[in-house]
Design a protein around this ligand. Structure first.
Ligand SMILES: Cc1cc2nc3c(=O)[nH]c(=O)nc-3n(C[C@H](O)[C@H](O)[C@H](O)COP(=O)(O)OP(=O)(O)OC[C@H]3O[C@@H](n4cnc5c(N)ncnc54)[C@H](O)[C@@H]3O)c2cc1C
Length: 395
């Protein structure tokens, strides 16, 4: 068998590609990851590490909730620590309008049959976070969310992939994916051709480019999301805190540093080498810090020690693309995680591996279909269902 023939080729070695590769390899597939730069170079290493089911789009709630038990067992699954800490996530209302919006949200999710989000009033908020600013009126809370360490996760998944025999080619950008024969795909890279009956497009913010080349357009913004970190301060908050109607996500590490994000954007710089980089913006850093200080006035004196930006793909409806290509039998898309991919990552590998095996599982993926932006359904040339069953035969 040729060195470049596999059962599955995964395009992209971010967390999503790594979870897909390890899940498929653990089910006996011969897997190869083709990564344009280095594993985890983009969104996955820049992530804030939030594991949040709070305030998710209704279509994403089942996935976010299903990922939580996997997070709790992840160190055992991978045989290495990923820094997962169970923690409440709290979405604070700063005024009446925000309080009403959160109450409506709680009613909506309750009506959908979920009970993980609960409203708390001002007293309960202060009991939980004594240092919160006086004007804050209450919050929407999920008790059993958490956060983890993105770099530890990347290291653990990468080692696990190696243990399972996954072949990794870094510095290997994929240029095209095509049908090769009745039951095979050919993936062309700058360093040669790779063959497999199955391929997963896990190219993150660049996944839409690969899909568009196949006639599957997805409106996706390639953005530089930024984070800032302060020098250690005295312990003042244990849950992860966000706000309704304002961009903020804030947590304090065990060492006392305050890690602040929430969706502020820096700039995407396209280098002469053809590689994209994210750069934080001075103005947005100041706005990000200002939002933190509104909730925690004592942070006005905190010293910023670090900022960074990572490139993420934000799809127009804020939901990822997960599911089979309608154009190319054997290809599954899993990209555009729209700033939620870290939390979902332990689930996406097994979920995509199920699709490759022709099993659809209990979670509906219809909201994530690649053809949801095509009003005429023109992208479904190969009879798309939620699995690959019928589209290809298992290798
Ligand atoms: C600052 C920041 C904070 C975030 N915070 C959170 C958070 O708190 N919680 C949360 O759930 N999510 C968060 N996210 C989002 C989360 O990190 C991402 O959704 C997730 O990491 C996406 O993983 P990925 O593997 O799809 O993408 P990536 O990690 O970007 O990986 C895609 C890979 O594909 C490679 N690639 C691209 N094109 C090609 C090609 N043609 N050939 C081969 N390889 C290719 C790239 O080099 C890249 O390594 C955050 C993101 C950022 C940037």
């Amino acid at each position: 068998m040729s060195a470049n023939r596999f059962d599955l080729i995964v395009i992209g070695g971010g967390l999503i590609g790594l979870t897909v590769a390890t899940a498929a390899a653990s089910r006996g597939m011969r897997v190869c990851i083709l990564e344009a730069e280095t594993c985890g170079r983009h969104a996955s290493s820049a992530s804030a590490g939030g594991v949040r089911s709070l305030n998710r789009h209704p279509a994403e709630i089942p996935l976010a909730r299903a990922a939580l038990p996997l997070w709790r067992g992840l160190a055992d699954t991978l045989g290495a620590e990923c820094g997962f800490k169970a923690s409440a996530q709290v979405r604070v209302a700063e005024d009446n309008e925000a309080m009403h919006a959160l109450e409506r949200r709680a009613e909506t999710t309750n009506a959908l049959g979920y009970d993980h989000e609960q409203m708390i009033g001002p007293d309960a908020l202060r009991d939980r976070i004594p240092s919160i600013a006086d004007h804050c009126q209450g919050a929407l809370v999920v008790e059993d969310d958490g956060f983890a360490d993105p770099l530890a996760c990347l290291r653990a998944y990468r080692r696990h992939a190696a243990t399972l025999g996954v072949t990794l080619h870094e510095g290997t950008p994929v240029q095209s994916i095509e049908s090769h024969s009745a039951d095979g795909l050919i993936v062309e890279t700058t360093t040669g051709s790779f063959f497999a009956p199955y391929c997963v497009n896990a190219a993150g913010a660049w996944g839409a480019g690969l899909a568009a080349a196949l006639g599957e357009p997805v409106p996706l913004d390639r953005v530089a999301l930024q984070m800032i970190v302060t020098a250690p301060v005295a312990p003042f908050v244990t849950p992860v805190v966000g706000t309704e109607g304002r961009k903020l996500s804030l947590k304090q590490t065990a060492a006392g540093a305050v890690v602040i994000g929430g969706g502020f954007r820096g700039t995407v710089i396209s280098g002469a080498d053809g590689k994209d980089r994210g750069r934080p913006g001075a103005r947005t850093i100041a706005e990000n810090l200002a939002n933190a200080v509104r909730l925690f006035p004592h942070l006005a004196g905190a010293r910023l020690v670090r900022s960074w930006a990572g490139i993420e793909g934000i799809v127009a409806d804020g939901l990822p693309v997960i599911g089979p290509s309608g154009r190319l039998p054997g290809l599954v898309h899993a990209f555009g995680f729209s700033a939620h991919g870290f939390a979902l990552s332990p689930l996406i590998g097994p979920l995509v591996a199920d699709l490759l095996e022709g099993r659809s599982g209990n979670l509906s993926l219809s909201a994530f279909a690649v053809d949801r932006f095509d009003p005429l359904g023109n992208t479904s040339a190969c009879g798309q269902d939620e699995t690959l069953q019928g589209a290809v035969h298992h290798a």
